[in-house]
Design a protein around this ligand. Structure first.
Ligand code: B12
Length: 319
């Protein structure tokens, strides 16, 4: 078994990266450092904290003790007593990483198979395809190159009158249910940076937002998915006692985007105010709509959106 002492003590990781890897919020990390003298991370030239692999192993061990119900001061004391006697605790394993198996086909072929099975309302085949996808591709590939194109193909077929509206509803509901199960399969870490996602008022197209929620949770963030058509006042009220670090809403119509205009002003009255970000096709090709809605436009792709969200959360933690 690897002990904590076997890890490198070379300073490498920022507080944000440590937070994502351990599920401990930066504010908590700083408090543990200050109040319990738990670690004294190296400072970079610009004074940012830099942690080592060993620091991360120590934090994982401390967190596992705290999760078991031991107070932070006792957990730190316990660690100190052990190390003073030359004994280092066994390292707590990080979250298991998935090993992917070789895919049977390209993402494009899978898109075709998924589309065909969905328009035949073949639930068993669609489920098998999703299982295979999960075994062979990372989430970003599944969402970008298979699920989003399948939905687009379904929308176009419906628009051309080739499939019924019932079939479109069946397909989107089937995918929604699977995405929700995926979301729930990842733990939502209570101490990680906290993001609420959902859709602007009147907006029913929620699958982009839901996919982003899954991506963020898979990266270790605390994520709450709030669903379609969120009323502004209620959302603000909820945020005023939940204190999310960031709220991300999507809109595909100008009307839905328009409804978001007053949201930032209202959120700014909360102390500390959550950051506000938005995405979706209403903003993607329309600078005027982006100018109309205060907040951060986070981009048209999931990759871009994920990176911008990470940056926004980092800025908030450093603020
Ligand atoms: C499923 C679906 C529905 C479902 C939604 C179910 C659900 N639970 O989400 C239902 C049945 C509710 C629905 C309703 C309607 N729909 Co509809 N729908 C679709 C469909 C087939 C798929 C949408 C989808 O989920 N796409 C997958 C997402 C991921 O792709 P995307 O929305 O294009 O988003 C891209 C980016 O914006 C970005 N993105 C999206 N979300 C996010 C989030 C983050 C955080 C980031 C970073 C990026 C990002 O990533 C995507 C890929 O680049 C599309 C077809 C299509 N071409 O998209 C039509 C479509 C969007 N719908 C359309 C229409 C017209 C409607 C209705 C007005 C129909 C009606 N007459 O009632 C209503 C509007 C309801 C409302 N008030 O919102 C039109 C929109 C036309 C337009 N441009 O105005 C489309 C394009 C169909 C068509 N070909 O005409 N719809």
């Amino acid at each position: 078994m690897t002990t904590i002492n076997d890890f490198s003590d070379e300073p490498r990781y920022t507080i944000k990266s440590v937070s994502v890897q351990t599920g401990i919020r930066p504010v908590t990390l700083r408090a543990w450092e200050r109040r319990h003298e738990l670690l004294s991370p190296h400072r970079s030239d610009n004074r940012y904290r830099l942690y080592s692999e060993r620091d991360i192993a120590i934090l994982r061990w401390i967190k596992s003790r705290v999760d078991e119900g031991i107070s932070i001061s006792n957990a730190v004391l316990e660690l100190r007593q052990m190390t003073r006697n030359g004994v280092w605790p066994d390292a707590v394993p990080s979250a298991p990483t998935r090993t992917l198996v070789a895919p049977k086909a390209t993402p494009e072929t899978y898109t075709h198979w998924l589309y065909e099975s969905l328009i035949k309302h073949d639930e068993e085949r669609s489920s098998d395809i999703l299982r295979e996808l999960h075994a062979s591709f990372d989430l970003m590939t599944i969402f970008n190159r298979i699920i989003a194109p399948t939905l687009m193909a379904i929308g176009e077929a419906w628009y051309r009158g080739e499939i019924r509206i019932t079939t479109e509803h069946y397909a989107s509901n089937f995918l929604r249910a699977r995405l929700m199960s995926l979301l729930q399969a990842y733990p939502s870490r209570r101490n990680a940076p906290y993001v609420q996602l959902g859709c602007a008022p009147t907006e029913q197209h929620e699958l982009g937002s839901l996919m982003m929620a899954v991506l963020l949770r898979s990266e270790g963030y605390r994520v709450e998915y709030l669903g379609p058509d969120l009323p502004v006042d209620d959302l603000v009220d909820y945020a005023s006692y939940e204190f999310p670090d960031l709220i991300v809403l999507t809109a595909s119509s100008d009307l839905a985007a328009f409804e978001m205009r007053r949201l930032k002003e209202k959120l700014d009255q909360i102390d500390p105010a959550p950051a506000l970000a938005y995405a979706g096709s209403a903003f993607d090709n329309n600078q005027k709509v982006r100018d109309m809605v205060p907040g951060h436009y986070i981009g048209r792709s999931f990759e871009e959106g994920l990176e911008t969200i990470k940056d926004l959360l980092k800025e908030k933690e450093l603020a």
